[in-house]
Ligand binder design. Sequence first.
Ligand code: B12
Length: 216
Amino acid sequence: MSEDLLNEISTSVAECREVSYTLQLVQKAIESNIDPLKIMDAVRKGLDVVGEKYEKMEYFLMDLVLAGTTASEVLRLIKPLLMKATSKPKGKVVIGTVAGDMHDIGKNLVIAMLSSAGYEVIDLGIDVPARKFVEAVINERPDIVAMSALLTITLDEQRKTIEALKNAGLRDKVKIMVGGRPVTPEFAREIGADGYGKDAVEAVKIADMLLGYKVS
Ligand code: B12
């Protein structure tokens, strides 16, 4: 039953149905007590299909936009379910999508998961230049800087940000973790990041590991 509903959600996103239609399915899934992370994973599967079809030129930019809007709305709906109140934060994370990159669904999911795991998260938003990450480290004094990149052409911004932090004498003041679709563990190592996570669940594990918490 829940598998059917999750498949329906994936299909609805993949076929770029109306946002309200997908949201109705998601509402049904929430009412059926389906794990919100499973709901978001079903959305991600649908987005993967949209991405593939866009690449094959079967879909157009409008389809990407619609699918992106749908996913953002779903995330807005399930976010409160991922959050839990915590008294003292486990640590502070400054996060942003790097310069030139407007994708923020993955980043926002990472924020929701980190917040729910007890981290205070400062969101710098999208299209964040290295200079802004440096300023945020000076002003916010975070434990971790997290960067997201979804485009191959914006990947190198992660390297530039790490370089900028080094040049500002701040590199050893923070841990750095990176993620996003084109990022690999090898790339993360090459640019001198401290950690890489393939998804939002891993993001929490990496943050815990970097700050010396027991990883579940
Ligand atoms: C939706 C979407 C859009 C939406 C974004 C809306 C939004 N608010 O984000 C819009 C329409 C704006 C868009 C625009 C473009 N897009 Co687009 N988009 C997508 C799509 C379909 C889904 C992305 C997504 O949200 N995935 C779901 C989330 C949950 O997954 P995720 O982002 O990967 O994040 C997870 C992990 O990567 C990880 N993670 C992410 N960040 C971080 C950070 C840390 C620290 C950690 C630990 C982990 C982590 O955890 C996340 C949660 O599990 C992808 C295809 C795809 N399958 O990914 C193409 C895709 C990324 N887009 C693509 C392209 C080409 C574009 C455009 C250039 C199109 C154009 N001609 O204008 C523009 C670029 C605009 C810009 N300058 O950024 C290409 C990129 C190709 C490439 N190799 O670079 C893709 C792959 C589609 C394709 N197959 O061609 N896009």
